[in-house]
Design a protein around this ligand. Structure first.
Ligand SMILES: CC(C)(COP(=O)(O)OP(=O)(O)OC[C@H]1O[C@@H](n2cnc3c(N)ncnc32)[C@H](O)[C@@H]1OP(=O)(O)O)[C@@H](O)C(=O)NCCC(=O)NCCS
Length: 205
């Protein structure tokens, strides 16, 4: 598939908001309350992503997967781990692909982009949180060599949801997955996460 991974730009925000909201709805149906998912809106997501972008103009922390016709079909982002974990120093904050673009290797490339960026910023380990019942994501992280290192509970839309945490002690191999043919531009300022900022998570590593 002719898709490139590149640093996100402010012009990507509307497309990123669509990927984010659509993927949340399709992935989390049955996991999160339907009222909560129905309440997500592209406009609110756009405002959040614009704000996050404006707050973090110096570092390319967010990446998009873009088709050859310029359609953004996925996004991922990461940066320093946010809860002070002493072992896992970087964090994959989020990764989402539109349903029609999953299982084609793009997730692996997006993770590689985040891992490579993390290494460039001096981090050599990484973790990610996901819902325990998001089985596809759990299998994905395991397939990339992630080890189950923790769990926690968060409340979203009035429902308690179990989260699990996967970690990589050494992200050299993850970063090396980035193949030359998919490699895009990496030096554009970017966004910071919105998703986990709003989630109260307790971890137990
Ligand atoms: C999870 C996600 C990012 C993975 O990206 P992807 O492009 O679909 O995954 P890849 O094609 O790179 O898969 C790499 C490997 O991971 C494993 N894998 C990925 N998705 C899987 C699934 N749904 N079920 C089982 N294994 C899976 C496979 O081993 C796969 O290799 P294979 O296709 O050769 O068997 C993507 O499917 C997605 O956006 N899902 C919905 C949103 C989501 O769950 N995000 C994570 C929230 S934290």
């Amino acid at each position: 598939m002719d898709v490139r991974i590149r640093a996100a730009e402010s012009g990507d925000v509307p497309a990123m908001a669509r990927v984010y909201v659509d993927a949340w709805r399709t992935t989390n149906a049955g996991i999160l309350p339907s009222e909560y998912l129905d309440g997500l809106s592209y406009r609110k997501a756009e405002l959040k992503w614009y704000r996050v972008l404006a707050d973090h103009q110096d570092t390319p922390k967010y990446f998009v997967a873009e088709t050859h016709v310029g359609k953004v079909v996925g996004l991922a982002g990461g940066g320093p781990e946010r809860e002070g974990n002493p072992t896992y120093r970087a964090e994959l904050y989020l990764i989402y692909l539109l349903a029609g673009y999953q299982r084609q290797g793009l997730g692996r490339l997006l993770v590689s982009a985040v891992a490579e960026e993390s290494r460039a910023n001096g981090f050599h380990s990484m973790l990610v949180w996901t819902f325990k019942d998001t089985h596809g994501a759990c299998r994905f992280y395991k397939s990339l060599g992630g080890e189950l290192i923790g769990s926690g509970t968060i409340t979203i839309g009035g429902r308690d949801v179990t989260e699990v945490c996967y970690g990589w002690r050494n992200i050299a191999d993850l970063a090396a997955n980035q193949s030359q043919e998919h490699k895009g531009l990496w030096n554009t300022p970017h966004l910071q996460d919105g998703h986990r900022q709003s989630l109260e998570t307790s971890s137990s590593n």
